[in-house]
Design a protein around this ligand. Sequence first.
Ligand SMILES: C[S@@+](CC[C@H](N)C(=O)[O-])C[C@H]1O[C@@H](n2cnc3c(N)ncnc32)[C@H](O)[C@@H]1O
Length: 296
Amino acid sequence: MKQLRFLCDYVLGGVGVLYLFTIGVLRARHRIFIQNLVSHLGLRRDKVATRPLSILPTIHVNSLLTSEQSVCLTEAEEVYGNVSTLELALINSFVRRLGPKAIFEIGTFDGRTTLNMAANAPTDCRLFTLDLPADQTETAALRLDEWDRHYILKSESGSRFKGHPLSQRIVQLLGDSATFNYTPFLGQMDMVFVDGSHSYEYVLSDSRIAFQLLRRCGIIIWHDYGCDCLGVTLALNELFASGGEFKALRHIRGTRLAYLERRPETTCPPPVGGGIFPVATTKTRNTRSLWPESSR
Ligand SMILES: C[S@@+](CC[C@H](N)C(=O)[O-])C[C@H]1O[C@@H](n2cnc3c(N)ncnc32)[C@H](O)[C@@H]1O
């Protein structure tokens, strides 16, 4: 069965390659794929030879983690599948500076990041975290990455925040990020953390959804950019190349985090509420960037 599946992939891949190297090169995402293929084969002579090509403008960690700002770090012990402790400190720092009222996370895993975001957010902030139940692995709407199964097939989702006092601020959601009904959450989130499936198809879909979830001002953070997760890197590269709002995507150098800050010209309205979480603020937010300009 496995051999047959590979044979199908082999034939389809061959046809795909023919297309890719002919009329396929007219599309930016295919050109980026060819560059990544060259890197993957070790044919590129620079130091990113074994990694997919990162094209996002980079920003230095030191300009985001400053000595004027402290963050709370909880559940510091890292297990395979978590963000690194440096990445966690950066995410916590984003939360601290933004002071969000609502955060949406795609990909709960053990809930380490969820709990940390809750610990650094204002007390009236609500966190929504979505995870794919293990028994929906085979029926997922889009292609899953080979590695996704390691994180999906766990005994419990969100085990780190279960029974924790901060869990009162966390709303656990179960479903497939591609088919989940996001209607009550659209346009209401101050921050979205995209860390679900690593396949190219899911990252594209989750990223577009993240934009719809975001208020007019806010931040989206992605994990696993620029490492061996080809799907994440390809998808974010493609979104960046497609322009529009995704042109603001930045990669935090030395980490696997990418982020995008949405900052309209006009002042942001207060959260809309809509009944899914208490609206506690009427404060208007300023339009000044929270972050320094990126540097290459
Ligand atoms: C790398 S782990 C997330 C790690 C977590 N955010 C953290 O910081 O510790 C990826 C998570 O995405 C979830 N996931 C994978 N595919 C998904 C899908 N289609 N919809 C929702 N969640 C998905 C997996 O179940 C897993 O819990």
